[in-house]
Design a protein. Structure first.
Length: 317
C-alpha cells in the first residue's frame, strides 16, 4: 500500500511538472507573439511617419488579395487607427478576377467578422490575360497592369484618398535588383508614389517589415490565406532567382541585406553617373569645401580592419 501511494505521488508530481513546463512554454509563445505584433506596429508606424503616408481625414483603401502580406497590413492598420492621434478611415477592397476555383466567400466572411467596411470588385481579367498571354508564359505583368487600372477606378468611386498595398521590405529589394540586373536601372519600389495620371497616392506602409515577420504573423493570426497560384501562372523566374540570392546572402553574410536596404535611403547623387540627377556638366572650381566631394572616398566601406594596427590620430592646428 505504501509503495502504491509513493507511485501515485510520483505520477502526480510528474504531471504537475509537465503542466508547469507547458504553461511556461505557452507564456513564452504568447510573449514572443506580442513582441512580434509590437514590432510590426512600430515599423509600420515609423514608415507612415517617415513618408507622411496617412494624414488627418484620409480614407485609406487597403487592397486585400487574400495573401499573408495584405492581411497583415489590414490588421496592423486597424490597430494603429485606434492609437493614432489623427482620424482616418479604412475600407478593404478585393478584386475578384474570376480565376477558376477562387473561393469568393472567404474574404467577405472574414471582413464581415471584422466589422470593417469593404468592397468586392468583380472583373474577369483572368479571361483577358489568358487570351493575350501565350500558354506557359508568365502572366503577372499584364495582370498587375489590369488590376492597377481597376483599383484606381474603384478608389475614385469610393472616395479613397490613399491606396495602401501590402508590399514589404523584401518586395522592395527584389524589385530593386530586378531593375538593376535585368532592366539596367537603379529603380526600386517606393514607399509612397503618385500614380501616372496624378490622381492617386499609393502607399506601402509595410516598407520596413521583413517578409519572414509577415509569414510568422500570418501563422499566429491564422489568416484565411487564399493561394496566389489559382491562375496557374508560372512564378516569375527572375524574381525567384533574386529571392534565392537574398536568402543566400542573409545566410552567409548576416546584415548584408539590411545594409542594402539602408542604402536605398542613403543616396549620394554626386557619386553616381546620372546627369539628370546631378549637374556634372557645370561642376567647376569655386574654392569652397564640398561635403559630397572626394572626401567621401576616405571612408572605405569594404575595408577590413587589420589586427594589431595602431590607429594614428593627427592633431590639427
Amino acid at each position: 500500500m505504501q509503495v502504491n501511494q509513493e507511485l501515485l505521488a510520483d505520477v502526480v508530481l510528474d504531471t504537475t511538472q509537465e503542466r508547469g513546463a507547458e504553461a511556461k512554454s505557452q507564456e513564452k509563445i504568447t510573449y514572443e507573439n506580442n513582441k512580434l505584433h509590437k514590432r510590426l506596429c512600430r515599423l509600420v508606424g515609423q514608415a507612415i511617419g517617415d513618408f507622411n503616408m496617412i494624414e488627418e481625414g484620409d480614407k485609406v483603401m487597403v487592397c486585400l488579395s487574400g495573401g499573408k502580406d495584405s492581411y497583415a497590413l489590414l490588421d496592423i492598420l486597424m490597430t494603429l487607427r485606434e492609437r493614432a492621434p489623427i482620424h482616418f478611415d479604412i475600407v478593404a477592397v478585393n478584386l475578384d478576377q474570376k480565376q477558376p476555383h477562387f473561393p469568393a466567400e472567404v474574404l467577405p466572411a472574414y471582413l464581415e467578422k471584422l466589422g470593417i467596411p469593404y468592397h468586392i470588385e468583380n472583373q474577369d481579367t483572368y479571361s483577358i490575360v489568358k487570351r493575350l498571354i501565350p500558354e506557359g508564359k508568365t502572366t503577372c505583368s499584364l495582370c498587375s497592369r489590369l488590376r492597377r487600372g481597376i483599383l484606381y477606378r474603384v478608389a475614385d468611386e469610393l472616395g479613397a484618398t490613399k491606396i495602401a498595398l501590402g508590399h514589404h521590405r523584401d518586395d522592395i529589394l527584389e524589385t530593386f535588383f530586378l531593375n538593376m540586373f535585368f532592366g539596367g536601372k537603379l529603380k526600386g519600389m517606393p514607399a509612397k508614389l503618385q500614380s501616372d495620371d496624378g490622381k492617386h497616392i499609393v502607399i506601402r506602409p509595410m516598407a520596413y517589415v521583413k517578409e519572414a515577420d509577415t509569414q510568422r504573423y500570418a501563422d499566429v493570426k491564422q489568416f484565411p490565406i487564399i493561394p496566389c497560384d489559382l491562375c496557374g501562372s508560372q512564378e516569375n523566374l527572375q524574381r525567384k532567382q533574386i529571392k534565392g540570392l537574398m536568402r543566400e546572402w542573409e545566410k552567409k553574410y548576416p546584415g548584408r541585406v539590411d545594409n542594402i536596404f539602408s542604402a536605398l535611403s542613403t543616396v549620394a547623387p554626386s557619386h553616381l553617373m546620372d546627369k539628370n540627377l546631378f549637374n556634372f556638366r557645370d561642376l567647376a572650381i569655386d574654392g569652397q569645401a564640398r561635403p559630397d566631394g572626394d572626401i567621401a572616398f576616405d571612408d572605405e566601406p569594404c575595408a577590413t580592419p587589420a589586427t594589431g594596427v595602431i590607429s594614428l590620430h593627427l592633431d590639427q592646428d
